[in-house]
Design a protein around this ligand. Structure first.
Ligand SMILES: NC(=O)c1ccc[n+]([C@@H]2O[C@H](COP(=O)([O-])OP(=O)(O)OC[C@H]3O[C@@H](n4cnc5c(N)ncnc54)[C@H](OP(=O)(O)O)[C@@H]3O)[C@@H](O)[C@H]2O)c1
Length: 338
């Protein structure tokens, strides 16, 4: 089969012929229709951090059609339209993933390929109201947003919500989930146009974190937050703790703006703020996320759709932070080289 393989010298992606995956007892073989890209793959490309003697096929997000199933596969069959849960080997503890946990795409080969073989436990039916491209936008980002918002952010009806860096794929899903529950939700962005688009999608308002006095302006608008979903950390995190209401929660899942500086302990302990690290989610959360998306008929915001041949351009766009929502790759036309 053909796959998009990491060139371990240049750290660019290129199309190569590789072995088609072998089906194990409880695996399904999927012909991929669409994939989407995530910032963690961009970190790997920028930091040149992946080491392996074998071909590296990245890609955490994918949707497609089952074309074969192992003898131990129960409820899935050829022709089923499915999406893949990229959160592998979470384990039994809901609080945290176990040692040996991994995100599909490394070291287990991922979705940037014609076919993938994967255990049936990681497969869910594609939501009926979504296309393959829309479905491929969901897995990693929507799962992370679901756990961050509901489990670690402990959202309750009536809570006021802040979502930072709304251009992020994960942030966009957090916004969609909050709006679906009619929460009062605000956003930040480094781009005024993205704030306007978030308001069109149901946010009550937002501020540009690149402008001085952004947090004071936000507090004037919103008077404090019960749930904050943050992917940036960095210097601005201190202001997030100042904007958190007593008893509020900050669910932190990223490091886009670097290390946190100058936190005031008394702000945290006096207001009894909980700062909750959060990563991906477990199988139950994946299923709940899909059910929520299906029942509320939520549609992902797709920034752009690239061909396989353009995948390096897609990552260039993400590196510039130009996107609003998810960047999707069409996976069904492998004929030309990149
Ligand atoms: N722990 C996990 O399970 C998990 C899962 C997914 C992602 N992540 C991490 O979360 C981060 C975002 O991932 P993604 O895939 O959603 O990324 P993405 O789509 O590339 O979005 C990154 C966004 O970060 C925002 N940003 C940049 N500087 C910021 C700042 N100083 N303050 C606030 N926001 C800022 C920008 O939003 P604007 O354009 O609106 O300014 C940008 O669009 C990455 O660090 C990624 O590694 C972690």
């Amino acid at each position: 089969m053909k796959a998009i393989v990491l060139n371990k010298k240049t750290y660019k992606l290129e199309i190569k012929d590789v072995e088609k995956p072998i089906l194990s007892y409880s695996d399904v073989l999927i012909k991929l229709k669409a994939a989407s890209i995530n910032h963690h793959e961009l970190w790997s490309l920028q930091e040149k951090s992946l080491r392996s003697d074998s071909n590296i096929i990245m890609g955490s997000d994918g949707s497609g059609i089952i074309i074969d199933a192992g003898a131990g596969v129960n409820d899935l069959k050829k022709g089923d339209e499915v999406i893949i849960n990229p959160s592998l080997n979470w384990g039994a503890n809901n609080r945290v993933q176990r040692e040996g946990y991994e995100i599909l795409g490394f070291p287990t080969n991922g979705t940037f390929a014609e076919y993938i073989a994967i255990d049936q436990q990681y497969i869910c039916p594609k939501p009926e109201h979504l296309s393959f491209q829309e479905s491929a936008a969901l897995p990693l980002a929507a799962l992370t947003a679901y756990r961050a918002f509901f489990n670690r952010g402990e959202y309750e009806k009536g809570n006021r919500v802040l979502i930072t860096g709304i251009g992020s794929g994960v942030a966009m899903f957090a916004l969609k989930f909050a709006v679906a529950l009619e929460a009062e939700v605000y956003v930040t962005s480094g781009n005024d146009h993205k704030i306007l688009r978030a308001v069109e999608l149901g946010a009550k308002g937002g501020v540009n974190y690149k402008e001085s006095g952004w947090s004071a302006k936000l507090l004037q608008m919103a008077k404090g937050f019960d749930v904050i979903v943050d992917s940036a950390a960095g210097k601005g995190f201190k202001e997030l703790t100042e904007m958190t209401n007593p008893g509020g929660r900050i669910a932190l899942f990223g490091r886009t703006a670097g290390n946190i500086e100058n936190l005031s302990p008394s702000t945290i302990f006096w207001k009894q703020i909980s700062i909750h690290g959060t990563t991906m989610g477990n199988k139950e959360e994946f299923k709940k996320m899909i059910d929520f998306v299906s029942s509320k008929k939520i549609r992902p915001v797709i920034d752009s759709i690239y061909s396989i041949q353009e995948i390096n351009l897609a990552f260039d766009k993400m590196a510039k932070g130009e996107q609003f929502g998810k960047i999707v790759i069409n996976m069904d036309k492998f004929n030309n080289d990149i």
